[in-house]
Design a protein around this ligand. Structure first.
Ligand code: PA5
Length: 477
């Protein structure tokens, strides 16, 4: 039996949410009293009911991804095997929600130096590159390390029109056509909306292999659909286990009672924090494998919850600024500020029970006890101790912090974590009474880019830009 189907194994891999250090009993006056949460009871109940109603009405399609992709998952697994037999490199062309998930999942679940490993140590799977920018140096650099003939490109864009992604697509298709003629098609897979946008038109006309991003699944909520699943499977990640982890978490975070629902509780505490001016949300994994989960979380938090208007059109200007930190590295750069600076943050630690390696610290320098005390311990003990020590330093300084612990990092726990944060974010959106699924601020920048580069239909936007205040030389020194 596959381990992710075994209930005992699943329960042993349940991730936990510890919010002791958000509470008055532990933290003192900066912490929240249980009564404060109870006072919110009607709001929480309304938010929970709204989550359920929206899901029932099909308004949260991303929540069904663990269940409704049987055929697609099989197709992706088969495609991944084909890719493995033909290609050395798998390159994602995409940005934002079409890139951060694939990066985070790869970093978490594959060897930390995956791309540097020889092919046999990668299980025969291709290297993965995610080109999520339009920096010409990076693009040119890519061509120095990949052989186009041994590379497949997965162009991912929900809207099918994002300038960055379409620019990359234009460059790649032109190069491939020059080199391979008609065979270029075998080197491109499009992942996009099934009807809307330009990419689907091109894909249909040119007969490209295509995966669809389901309706109602927006960029930052799309990691568990083909956006993330193809790149993961192509690099040997067990996507069935990833989805099983998400389904397992869905059971936990579908409980209406916020006192039993860790995602609802996490959102509630962040909501209370925002009400008291803690408008910075620091995410601090204590594992290099989870480093890019912080990037993924940062987008989810910023783009979903940073909003000017509530659902009634009132100006509210809400949202926490996400900050990424890495334990223990950033203990030596940011923690000073977090313990002694302004009381404006909530720190969320991402801890790991068992790391996938154990590294013993060698004995030595017995004549220098301040060094030799480390010998005989393991790095595992050291990193755990440092996480605890930082948590304690924040507690002592009266700083709000909480901890999510993964028993170990694997596809099942990562699926749980992705799903947990998505539900937390959606519930926070309900509490703030905002639309967590739009991104008008991002669209504004996209439209301005179209206008500046002369996209037809954007003349008014161009005129608007041209009318912006002229820069004064005296302010440029
Ligand atoms: O979460 C979002 O919706 C955005 O970050 C998008 O993912 C990002 O702007 C890229 O958009 P698209 O997938 O349409 O190219």
């Amino acid at each position: 039996m596959k381990r992710f189907l075994d209930k005992g194994w699943q329960d042993s891999m349940r991730i936990t949410f510890d919010f002791n250090n958000m509470m008055f009993e532990s933290l003192g006056e900066q912490g929240f009293k249980w009564e404060q949460i109870e006072e919110l009871d009607p709001v929480l109940k309304r938010a929970a009911a709204s989550m359920e109603a929206k899901r029932k009405a099909g308004g949260m399609a991303w929540r069904e991804l663990p269940y409704n992709q049987g055929e697609i998952v099989q197709d992706i697994i088969n495609t991944a095997e084909e890719i493995k037999s033909k290609f050395d490199n798998f390159v994602v062309l995409g940005i934002g929600g079409s890139a951060l998930g694939p990066i985070a999942v790869q970093q978490a679940l594959n060897h930390i130096y995956y791309n540097e490993l020889p092919k046999e140590k990668r299980g025969g799977y291709p290297r993965l590159y995610v080109v999520d920018n339009v920096d010409p140096e990076r693009m040119e650099g890519l061509f120095d390390i990949i052989d186009l003939e041994k590379t497949v490109f997965n162009v991912i864009t929900k809207s099918g029109s994002t300038s960055e992604t379409m620019a990359q697509f234009l460059i790649i298709t032109s190069l491939l056509k020059d080199r391979l003629g008609e065979n270029y098609k075998d080197h491109i897979i499009a992942t996009t909306d099934k009807e809307k946008g330009n990419l689907i038109k091109i894909a249909k006309e040119e007969g490209l292999k295509t995966y669809y991003i389901p309706d109602g699944v927006g960029g930052r909520f799309s990691e568990l659909c083909p956006v993330g699943l193809l790149a993961a499977a192509a690099c040997g990640i067990n996507i069935e286990e990833l989805l099983a982890g998400a389904a397992y978490m869905d059971d936990i975070v579908s409980q209406r009672d916020p006192y039993k629902n860790p995602a609802y509780m996490a959102a509630t505490l962040q909501y209370l924090a925002m009400e008291t001016g803690k408008n910075i949300s620091v995410i601090m994994p204590y594992a290099d494998s989870l480093k890019y989960m912080a990037d993924w979380y940062a987008q989810l938090c910023a783009e979903s919850l940073g909003k000017r208007f509530d659902t009634e059109g009132n100006e509210v200007f809400v949202g926490q600024t996400p900050v990424k930190a890495l334990g223990v590295t950033d203990q030596h750069s940011q923690i000073q500020l977090y313990t002694e600076g302004p009381f404006d943050k909530v720190v969320t630690f991402l801890g790991v029970g068992n790391y996938r390696a154990e590294m013993k610290i060698s004995e030595g320098y017995e004549d220098i006890p301040a060094v030799s005390f480390l010998g005989g311990h393991t790095m595992n003990q050291l990193i755990h101790a440092e996480q605890l020590a930082t948590e304690y330093a924040l507690l002592k300084a009266g700083r709000l912090n909480n901890t999510i612990t993964l028993p170990e990092v694997n596809a099942f726990t990562l699926g749980q974590l992705l799903y947990f944060f998505e539900v937390q974010t959606a519930f926070a959106g309900e509490l703030l009474n905002i639309d967590a699924f739009d991104q008008p601020g991002v669209e504004e920048g996209k439209n301005a880019t179209y206008a500046l580069l002369g996209r037809p239909g954007y003349q008014d936007k161009k005129a608007e830009l041209d009318a912006r205040p002229k820069k004064k030389d005296r302010y440029i020194i």
